[in-house]
Design a protein around this ligand. Sequence first.
Ligand code: SME
Length: 161
Amino acid sequence: MFDIAIDKNQPVAEFYADLTSSASAVVNGEPDAIANMANVAALIWQYMPDLNWAGFYRVVDGELVLGPFQGKVACIRIAIGSGVCGTAAASGLTQRVADVDAFPGHIACDADSRSELVVPILKDGVVIAVLDLDSPLPDRFGPADEAGMVKLIGAIAKSLG
Ligand code: SME
């Protein structure tokens, strides 16, 4: 089994370095993308404070389809270009949203969500999925969270699709 212990209270750069090495260890040697997404969602959920949703949407037949996650039951299908996740998928750019109510077209799967971070996952230059993190706190995700999560996803992207 995995022996994971991450200090949630350490400086943010160190926190993401630890989270990234744990995520890399969890997916190491496992070819099944769904299993890897499930464990990475669980890892993030366990160690990142102040989240109400953490998980993946996969690109399937030209739309986003709900993948492994932790949190409340969520929207199953999102059109590419719609909401925060669809915008990340369409643009290939990370979306860091301080106030979801101010984001045009935000899809409120969980009414508790106040801020959101969505990181696209690319394979051979094509978006194959997105990681979606939601928080009940406004402006939960800062530039260091964005940089840390983009690095984490970059380190494990090959294991997610
Ligand atoms: N809020 C997202 C939808 C997914 S849920 O938050 C889980 C969006 O606008 O794309």
